[in-house]
Design a protein around this ligand. Structure first.
Ligand code: PLP
Length: 368
């Protein structure tokens, strides 16, 4: 591997393959696998990840918004793409680029049917999302009559799947609640099939759902975070490989005398002789202020260095008093051992937020 010369997010596509195979092996061979590539594939690179998932044999992809799907189509991605949270204003683009909407309210359903009619589509695949307890997005059971009345006689659209999302699949203390969500989904899915007179695909599980409730895998599962190397559980994490490594270099080293301060608002004060290093990344790159003030650590040659003072827009300062290092040395922000999950936890957040927050300013490099 070449030497680090600037801030890069290294994306390891072999690790993605490893995680894909690990999750796949938890499922029946006939269960379809949808790879979630929303938010730049959890902050990595949606096109490269989608291409790799296509090669690996994933059956479906999902993004949150229409424009994310358009980007994938423009890059030549051929897999079916589910748009989890489309808005009416993008329905024409959605149809133009053969993206498949999640329809989650009567208003959205009617608006989509109207667009489909205008464009004279035939049996265009749509996905009906039910709210089974997360209370975020989706129809309720008592919408079934209205949904089926609209869809049954309509030749422009066809319900290709019925799905829902679990609220606490990673938390085994909430298993009674999760089981109740599974039961509600089971009931709704059966009613929908009966009313429609045909079987559409069912799917419910996200990554932690696959790991904890594989009995509810139905026809397809939807995995995001697991593909990127995190299982929301320390035991599972041992079997997964983080895909992204964020690294940088030391730009400059300073000797700080007792009584001197470092950074904006003089937030760090040296009580003894200190050596500090300045790194070329900051909150504009996705390392927010919550990681500063000594709460979080980065790694140089395997040794940990606290982030001191306030995180700046384009720089952070670290305490390297006890580390033998020089300007230009590599610094690991997160990666294989010092994981994004651990760094996120040090600032009371989760890997999802840290990963998706790494901004587009950070160069992406790929390991094939
Ligand atoms: C983001 C998302 C997923 C993926 O969840 P992970 O916990 O990352 O596996 C699955 N389904 C829906 C509806 C989502 O919004």
């Amino acid at each position: 591997m070449h030497k680090t010369r600037e801030t890069v997010l290294e994306i390891n596509l072999q690790h993605l393959a490893h995680n894909y195979h690990y999750l796949r092996a938890k499922l029946q061979p006939t269960t379809h696998f949808l790879g979630v590539v929303k938010a730049f594939a959890y902050g990595s690179d949606s096109v490269r990840i989608a291409k790799k998932l296509e090669q690996l044999g994933a059956n479906y992809l999902a993004v949150a918004y229409t424009q994310e799907g358009v980007q994938l189509r423009k890059a030549g991605i051929r897999l079916p793409i589910l748009v989890l949270h489309p808005q009416i204003t993008h329905f024409e683009a959605l149809l133009k680029y053969c993206l498949e909407p999640s329809l989650y309210s009567i208003k959205i359903l009617k608006a989509f049917v109207a667009t489909a009619k205008k464009q004279q589509t035939k049996a265009y695949p749509v996905h009906i999302k039910f709210n089974t307890g997360l209370n975020r997005l989706g129809f309720l059971e008592n919408d079934i009559d209205t949904i089926t009345a609209i869809c049954k006689k309509n030749k422009h659209i066809k319900i290709t799947s019925i799905f829902s999302h679990l609220a606490a699949s990673e938390d085994l203390q909430e298993s009674a609640f999760t089981q109740s969500q599974i039961a509600v989904f089971q009931h709704i899915a059966k009613m929908m099939d009966e009313r429609l007179g045909y079987h559409s695909k069912k799917h419910l599980l996200n990554t932690s759902g696959i790991l904890n409730y594989s009995e509810a895998q139905y026809d397809m599962v939807r995995s995001g975070i697991g593909l990127y190397g995190f299982g929301n559980d320390a035991q599972i994490d041992l079997h997964l490989k983080p895909v992204a490594t964020l690294k940088t270099i030391i730009s400059q080293i300073h000797k700080i005398a007792p009584g001197q301060t470092v950074g904006y608002n003089r937030a760090f004060a040296a009580n003894e002789q200190k050596r500090t290093a300045t790194l070329p990344l900051g909150h504009a790159d996705g390392i927010g202020r919550q990681y500063g003030e000594g709460k979080s650590f980065v790694y140089i040659k395997g040794q940990r260095a606290p982030i001191i003072g306030n995180v700046c827009m384009d720089m952070i300062m670290i305490d390297i008093t006890h580390i033998d290092c020089t300007e230009g040395d590599e610094v690991i922000i997160f990666g294989q051992n010092a994981t994004a999950e651990k760094l996120a936890a040090s600032a009371n957040t989760i890997s999802y937020e840290l990963l998706t927050g790494i901004s587009q300013r950070v160069k992406r490099e790929f390991i094939e």
